[in-house]
Design a protein around this ligand. Structure first.
Ligand code: ASP
Ligand code: MG
Length: 593
């Protein structure tokens, strides 16, 4: 018999009418022949109200008691939902996280699921009952109630779908699905029929607030397709399916995002030696500041430049930590800009296509938008721009890739990649005991690449566009791109290309650099790229710390860095590739899946 998990978020159970409507949906699914597990959130803004109440009583309430309090919101919902179902003539049973047997660790208010017992649920399902499961909560070994972090009901739903091997996991919410960009910011945005887990993870980290990131990690890990749809839609309109495949395999870009409130911090004149990045990151981790864009670039005269962005609200705390690190390292200076935004494009097809970065940069240049920093990953390109121009930048890139149109209507600009990305189907049973642990899939060494660096890139629009257009015209595939903010607004721009293309790339780049008034072009014909990739890299902070620690202890200098939700890449000296690989394998041995 098929089994379906239906999750209803706070807005979808905000009042009695909505609860009844949700109950009808579940009953309808049951009448269609499915076993049904409902996962419900607290009604409306109930969790916020409870948080406010706690704050009125204590500045620093014990985390255990916070969980005791917050979990009551979902307990109300499951009880009334079960009543609604009974009222409509079907049978239902409400269950708390503890009653289901959702075992978590003991980190109150941000607990992670360790295992789920399916026995009790199966018994009720086989007896013909609809299960109403409280979202967001679990229980630790000591029977304390725990919660999974705000928005955690999504994670409950996907986790239940995974352990029950459900045929579908439907997330009912107040939006129609996942859009190519936030429709509240850009009315042109288009609802996607499908988006891949990887793309959704990137989009979620860029602020697409549709789903709890951890729930998508789960979906990816256990290969659960997640169907996001609007609970208010009477006609049961299809929403967006987050699954293993993107919407269109032959289109490089699926979505775009603007992360508005970022702040940039740069450290210039950092001695280019092992351990610099490690120290900076570790000091930031100490004060619990999450680093977003992380850019380290090869510097001139043995001095590197390191830039990164943090949330604007973290700027002050971050600056203190960074100044401490800079002093310890003997760096030249620390600069910052509190008024920047990040515009990004995301797409699984990008990994196999050339000519995406230059199109993005050209679209920005055409609107006179200056790019202050660049990072790329396999499926994402991000550019830092002034906040004033943020919206314009988003509009420019969204329009450039014609994201407002259905994929089949967009201008073709590439071949369909030959290989379909591998889905992450893993042996579910073997993973159930450690459901939410960080999974590092592998550590990899790529020694096929060379590096090209342009020094002193003037801080004005159009330079990156010209460089990558010229390189794309030579049909050279560019892998990593890194541009930071250097001395006096003169940054270095580095990228990697296949070794056999480096001579051509250097020549082309040299011509462009000269024409545009940049500094000299240097290159390294042999570099090594070390990558750590897996699931949960962002939500499990500390991957970066561990990685940089391992490299620094092995005496390996990091020349360039870029990061994504699935992967952290660093460029090191070619001769250090093998040692670095071994160091990383050892550092992550306990979590390699
Ligand atoms: N009620 C919880 C919250 O508001 C969990 C959820 O809605 O997913 O964060
Ligand atoms: Mg909620």
């Amino acid at each position: 018999m098929s089994l379906i998990v239906q999750k209803f978020g706070g807005t979808s159970v905000a009042d009695a009418e909505k609860i009844k409507a949700a109950a009808r949906k579940a009953i309808r699914a049951q009448q269609e022949g499915h076993q049904v597990v409902m996962v419900v959130s607290a009604m409306g803004k109930q969790t916020d109200a409870l948080v406010t109440l706690a704050a009125e009583i204590s500045d620093n309430p014990p985390a255990r008691e916070m969980d005791m309090l917050l979990s009551t919101g979902e307990q109300v919902s499951v009880a009334v939902m079960a009543m609604a179902i009974h009222e409509l003539g079907s049978e239902a049973v409400s269950l708390t996280g503890g009653q289901i047997g959702i075992k978590t660790d003991s980190s109150h208010t941000k607990a992670r699921i360790q295992s789920i017992d399916t026995e009790r649920m199966k018994r009720h399902l086989d007896a013909g009952k609809i299960i109403i499961a409280a979202g967001f909560q679990g229980i630790d070994d000591d029977l304390n109630i725990t919660t999974l972090g705000r928005g955690g009901s999504d994670t409950t739903a996907v986790a239940l779908a995974a352990v029950l091997q459900a045929d579908a996991c439907e997330i009912y919410t107040d939006v129609d699905g996942v859009y190519t960009t936030d429709p509240r910011i850009l009315p042109d945005a288009r609802k996607m029929d499908r988006v891949s887990h990887d793309e959704m993870l990137e989009l979620a980290s860029l602020g697409a607030g549709v789903m709890h990131s951890r729930s998508i990690e789960f979906g990816k890990k256990f290969d659960v397709p997640i169907h996001v749809r609007n609970s208010a839609s009477f006609s049961d309109e299809p929403g967006t399916v987050i699954g293993s495949l993107p919407e269109a395999m032959d289109r490089a870009v699926s979505g775009a995002a603007l992360t508005k409130n970022e702040a940039r911090i740069s450290i210039v004149g950092v001695p280019d030696r092992p351990g610099s990045m490690q120290l900076i990151i570790a000091n930031l981790a100490d004060v619990q500041v999450a680093v977003d864009m992380m850019v380290q670039n090869v510097g001139a005269e043995g001095l590197a430049e390191i830039s990164f962005t943090v949330l604007e609200s973290d700027l002050e705390t971050a600056l203190k930590a960074v100044e401490r690190s800079a002093a310890e390292l003997g760096a030249d200076s620390v600069t910052h800009d509190a008024n920047v935004s990040k515009v990004s494009i995301v797409g699984l097809g990008m990994a196999t296509q050339s000519g995406v970065a230059d199109r993005m940069f050209r679209a920005l240049a055409a609107d006179e938008i200056n790019i202050q920093a660049i990072t790329t990953s396999q499926i994402k390109i991000s550019a830092l721009v002034s906040r004033e121009q943020g919206l314009e930048a988003l509009r420019a890139v969204h329009g450039e890739f014609e994201l407002e149109k259905a994929p089949s209507q967009r201008t073709d600009f590439g071949e369909a990649p030959a290989r379909v990305p591998q889905s992450n189907a893993v042996d579910i049973v073997s993973r159930l005991q450690k459901m939410e642990e960080l999974t590092i899939e592998k550590v990899e060494l790529d020694d096929s690449q060379a590096r090209v660096t342009i020094a002193h890139v003037p801080d004005k629009p159009g330079i990156a566009a010209a460089v990558f257009e010229a390189v794309a015209a030579e049909e050279i595939m560019v892998d990593m791109i890194v541009q930071g903010t250097g001395h006096d607004g003169q940054a270095n721009l580095s990228f990697t290309v296949p070794r056999d293309a480096v001579a051509a790339a250097v020549k082309t780049t040299g011509d462009v650099a000269q024409r545009l008034g940049c500094g000299p072009v240097t290159h390294d014909p042999r570099i090594a790229i070390l990558s750590v990739f897996g699931i949960g890299i962002r939500t499990h902070t500390g991957v970066g710390v561990r990685m940089f620690n391992a490299l620094s202890q092995a005496g390996i200098n990091v020349e360039m860095i870029n990061t994504s939700e699935m992967r952290v890449n660093v460029v090191v000296d070619a001769d250090k590739g093998k040692t670095g690989l071994a160091a990383l394998e050892e550092a992550f041995a306990d979590v390699i899946g």
